[in-house]
Write a protein that binds this ligand. Structure first.
Ligand code: GDP
Ligand code: MG
Length: 163
């Protein structure tokens, strides 16, 4: 089984943008995996000669307890469960949000290795963009830009270094 990276974070932080960048290969899409749903989107990526699976999630709304949002939160928890490592995306332009703290707590309980990635930091000073996210206590935040590809390779290499 390939190492599996789950992309987790509140809506609009850039998970799908990162997913698309990581899976931009000819045979990226993995169809027919058990558990495939609208809210967990599987793809294949390769870094160097190392293949991996990446799971996009539809959004994490732990503060909302009804209907579709509850189902999306459930799917995200399942994605965390089946992941070998989690990339937790936050938004360096909007800054730290209350939902980020809820997700961080959940991730700490998951016992999965977590990399905290501060997205949308193109054109920003990395240290300044990431400073406030130290508060999440998930290690050193890594500044990236999913849209521009900055920091993405380093992030994935770190995520997979033990696989
Ligand atoms: P998701 O809801 O977490 O899957 O987020 P999306 O990937 O759909 O992105 C949400 C919005 O953020 C879209 O308008 C993206 O174009 C934008 N976005 C994603 N990554 C970046 C980035 O690195 N920089 C900037 N400036 N915008 C980004
Ligand atoms: Mg998305």
């Amino acid at each position: 089984m390939l190492p599996t990276i789950a992309l987790v974070g509140r809506p609009n932080v850039g998970k799908s943008t990162l997913f698309n960048r990581l899976t931009k290969t000819r045979d990226a899409l993995v169809a027919d995996l058990p558990g495939l749903t609208r809210d967990r989107h599987y793809g294949r990526g390769v870094i160097g000669s190392k293949p991996y699976l990446v799971v996009d999630t539809g959004g994490f709304e732990p503060l909302v307890d009804s209907g579709i949002l509850k189902e999306m939160a459930r799917q995200t928890l399942l994605a965390i469960d089946e992941a070998d490592v989690v990339i937790f995306l936050v938004d360096g332009r909007n800054g730290l949000a209350p939902q980020d703290k809820v997700i961080a707590d959940r991730l700490r309980k998951s016992q999965r290795p977590v990399l905290l990635a501060v997205n949308k930091t193109e054109g920003m000073q990395r240290a300044i963009a990431s400073a406030e996210f130290h508060e999440l206590a998930l290690g050193d935040p890594l500044s990236i830009s999913s849209a521009h590809g900055e920091g993405v390779r380093d992030l994935v290499e770190l995520a997979l270094e033990h696989f």
